[in-house]
Structure formats: C-alpha cells, structure tokens
Write a protein that binds this ligand. Structure first.
Ligand SMILES: Cc1ncc(COP(=O)(O)O)c(C=O)c1O
Length: 511
C-alpha cells in the first residue's frame, strides 16, 4: 500500500474494492444526473488515508479559540456544548445532521428554485426522486426529520400505544412519548456490547419482537420502526436479512413497518460490504431491497440527503397520507413545499442521488475508520466496529472512576472541548433519561459525528490527538451534576456544573 507522506505503517482494515463498476440505476429508474458510482481503484481506496473525492471551491475559516477563551465559553454555556457559539469551536463534531457541505450541483440546483406556493416544479422533481429511490407513492415534504416524525406519529399513535424500534433516536423517542405512547428498543444483545465486532449491530432482536407482538393487543402497536443506520447504538447497520425477518413478523401481526431512513445509503454501503451475496449490488438496488419490504419511511434529509435542511415522510397508504397532509398544512405548509423553500427541495433531490455515489461513501466510511485507527493506536476505548457517521467513545472504559450519577459522558465531552476546542455530544443517561431504551444505563457514549464532505484527514488527526491527550490525563477528570433539567429532550438545554462547585454565571432570566 502506498502512503502519502509520513513513515510506512502496517495496513489497516478498510473497505474492500468493489468487484465491478456499479450502476446505481440497475433496478431503479433514476434521472440520468443521479447516476453515480464509478469503479474504485487502488489509489482511491487506500484505507490508511481516505482519498477525498472532491476539491475545495469555497472555504470557511476555522476559529482558533485559546484555552482561556474555551474556559470562559464553556462556563458561559453552563457546561452544555449545545450552548457554545460556532466561533468558540475549532472542530465541530456535535452532529452530522445538516452540517455537511453541499456540492456545486446542489448549489446550482438552488438557483433554479421556483418559489411558487403551490405546484412548484421543484416539488415535482423532489417527489419523483424520492419515489424512484424508495418506490413509496405518497411523499410529503417536511422541514426536517422530527417534523416528519410528528406527521407520522401524530397520525398513527394513541396514548398507551407501543412503538418498537431497533433503537429510537432522541427526537423519534420524544415524538412517540409526546403522543402518550411507549418507545421500546429491541436491538440485538450485541448492540449493547461496545467491544463486539458483530457486523450488523443495528439488527432487531427478532425473538423479542415476536414475543412483544404476540403478547400485545394488535391495536396497541400502530407501527414497527427500524432505524438505518442505528444512530443511538453507534451508527451500526441493519442487514437486509434481518429487515426481511422484521417484515415477516410485522406482516404476520398485520402491523405496518416503517423505516427511519436518515442514513439509508450508509447502511446500504455496509450491506454491500458485509452481507453475503450483496457485493455486486448497487446502493440503489440494496436500498430498494429494504424499501420494498416497508410500508413507508421518515427521513431527515440533513443526513443522506446531503443538505442543510429538509426531510420527508413517504408511505404506500393513501388514507394515512391524506391524514398526514392535514397536519402538514397546519404545522409545516402546503404539501408542495412542507416548510421549506422550494429551492431546498431541489437541493434534496440532487443530494439524494449524490449520497449513492460509491466513491463518496467509501470516503465517508473511510474517514470514520481513519479516525478509529488513530484512536486505536492511542489505546482510546470506543464502540466497535466503527459506524457509518462517527466514532462513539466508550465512556465507561474511558472514565471507569466516575459512576453514572457523575454524568461521565458530559464530563468527557467538556474535557475534550477544553483540551482542543472539539465539540462532541453525550449519548447516554442525559440524552435518554426516561426511556425503555436499554437495560438501565447500559450504554454511555460520547459521539464524534463527522459532518459530510467538510473536514479533512488532518482535521481528524488533530481530533485524535486532542482525545489522546484527554485520555492520558483521564484519572484527573471530575464529575458533573445537572443544575437545570428541562422536561423533554434535556440534553439540548440542560445546565450543568462541576460536582461540588457553585456556578459563577447567574441563572438565565427566561427559561
Ligand atoms: C436516526 C435519526 N432519526 C431522526 C432524526 C431527527 O432528524 P432532524 O434532526 O432532521 O429533526 C435524527 C437526527 O439526528 C436521527 O439521527
């Protein structure tokens, strides 16, 4: 293997070469400009240092706050990294949602925005793209994923209902709870073992799903949902074989099956790489394998739609679509724009196609693996195997001296920020305080989500260095407590203080 600069190192595991030049449109009739995915050669698939399949056209200066700046900033922010300002952050790995860079084609698409209130041609293009990828006939735009969740869950769920999922993400769970229903997570046991290298840790535990549906009134389970990839559990994929089994069980109980398809292309990339018989399939074909088994999906296009804002809910159920449309008009806007500018819909249509580009996906997953390899060399514990959109630090192994009541995930995220201005997010007891999420407190993670097409390998090397430095002084890290706890989605707006201290910043006037 050729390395670009530096001393030669032993090869690391990485994405295998595809066995043929893929044609994403093999089984799906996509507009010609959405056909991506040329052959990958040795040069672009170097797993040591993933080749960026794009070059820079516009740049954005990265801030460089000093240690004193960071200390002041985090105190002002009540030790909640959501309260930081962007100019206080050097590398922002808070989320991969809506934080990526759009392509030249997407920006060009924005210029053909037809801002007609009703019947915009941008909606027609958006609708036909979503239909051609998913096969779902009814497509309702929404301003982002949680708006799509609102439409779906408010139409289907009643108080006392139960919604099973492999693992709900934060807003998904919150919307289920908001309807008075219960969110149940049924991921396989390997999902809770951070050191297991099982290739499909996003899979649903079929036995548990069958057991749940067998002992629950049919009328109390309005839908089964599966999240691809499983964000809460580390960006881990779901296999097509497992999803087929979920569909079989859901059908046997006459319960509709929906996908949370935010990261469907990343999931399909893993299926192509890991599932027997899939290596010759295109991303579009594999995606269709999932969509054909489902009754519909919600999507935050801020992930695999490669846009900064946008989403949709799609379904095969005409009556449900009509019900959701009424709510859509009430909360989002007319059904041909759904809370978005029409130019945004055009950018989503282009982005959905670009997300199927194999070279893009190889780089995306390659970046996560590259960061994983650097952290591994420093002995830093993280959830294995690396997922599709980020690294999840294993907080229990990182800070074994801090008990759960010391909020170790928050403590770690704060220390990483203080060390090098890197913003991450806790995924553990704070984000999921009162749920059926997991055997209580069984996963405690800090996520380093990599925005799409934004950061380079040297940025990731910087991140690895910062985290290695925090790891080296881990025994000095102290615990936190919450000084203000909002009722819903607490991680976004909670306040924290170091245990045993009184904050010097006065409380906010308005909460
Ligand atoms: C799996 C999953 N579902 C739903 C959402 C909600 O999407 P949005 O942030 O666009 O509302 C997210 C966002 O991170 C997500 O990761």
């Amino acid at each position: 293997m050729r390395l670009r600069g530096g001393t030669p190192r032993p090869p690391l595991p990485g994405p295998p070469l595809p066995d043929r030049a893929p044609e994403p449109s093999d089984s799906v009739d996509l507009p010609s400009e959405l056909k991506y995915g040329g052959p990958l050669d040795d040069d672009v698939s170097d797993p040591e240092l993933p080749f960026e399949p794009y070059r820079t056209k516009v740049v954005e200066r990265i801030p460089n706050p000093s240690r004193e700046d960071r200390e002041r900033a985090i105190e002002r922010a009540w030790y909640n990294l959501f309260n930081l300002r962007s100019d206080e952050i050097r590398i922002d790995l808070l989320t991969d949602s809506g934080t990526g860079a759009m392509s030249d084609h997407q920006w060009a698409a924005m210029m053909v925005g037809d801002e007609t209130y009703a019947g915009s041609r941008n909606f027609a293009r958006f609708e036909s793209t979503v239909r051609s990828i998913t096969g779902f006939p009814y497509v309702l735009p929404a301003h982002q994923g949680r708006a799509a969740e609102h439409l779906l869950f408010s139409a289907l769920c009643r108080p006392g209902d139960i919604v099973p999922n492999n693992m709900h993400f934060d807003t998904t769970q919150a919307h289920v709870l908001h309807q008075g229903a219960k969110a149940i997570n049924l991921a396989i046991p390997e999902a809770y073992d951070t050191q297991s290298d099982y290739p499909f840790k996003g899979n649903v535990d079929i036995g548990s799903l069958e057991h749940l549906l067998d002992r629950t009134d049919r009328g109390r389970v309005p839908l089964v949902m599966v999240t691809v990839t499983n964000n809460t559990g580390g960006g881990q994929p779901v296999s097509l074989a497992n999803f087929r089994e979920v569909a079989r069980v859901a059908r046997a109980h006459s319960i509709p099956l929906y996908l949370d398809m935010c990261r469907w292309a990343e999931n399909a990339y893993f299926v192509r790489e890991r599932e027997p018989g899939m290596s010759g399939r295109s991303i579009a074909e594999i995606g269709r394998g999932f969509f054909d088994l489902a009754d519909g999906a919600t999507m935050s296009a801020k992930k695999d739609g490669l846009v900064n804002i946008g989403g949709f809910v799609a379904t095969r159920d005409a009556a449900l679509a009509d019900r959701m449309k009424e709510t859509l008009i009430l909360y989002e806007g007319f059904p041909t724009y759904g809370g978005l500018a029409r130019r945004d819909l055009e950018a989503v249509a282009v982005g959905l196609g670009e997300a199927m580009d194999l070279e893009y996906l190889a780089h995306r997953v390659g970046q996560v693996r590259y960061l994983a390899s650097l952290l591994d060399r420093a002995g830093v514990p993280f959830l294995h195997p690396p997922g599709g959109h980020g690294i999840y630090l294993d907080v229990r192994r990182f800070l074994p001296h801090l008990p759960p009541e010391d909020l170790p995930g928050q403590a770690l995220a704060v220390e990483i920020y203080l060390e090098g201005g890197v913003r991450t997010v806790e995924i553990g007891a704070i984000m999921f305080p009162q749920s059926e999420l997991a055997p209580s407190g069984s996963i405690e993670l800090v996520r380093l989500a990599i925005p799409r097409r934004s950061y380079s390998a040297s940025h990731l090397a910087y991140v690895a260095d910062v985290i290695a430095r925090v790891y080296a002084r881990r025994s000095t890290i102290r615990g936190f407590e919450m000084s203000y706890r909002p009722e819903r989605l607490p991680h976004f707006t909670a306040h924290f203080r170091r245990k045993g201290t009184v904050a010097s910043v006065p409380p906010p006037a308005v909460r």
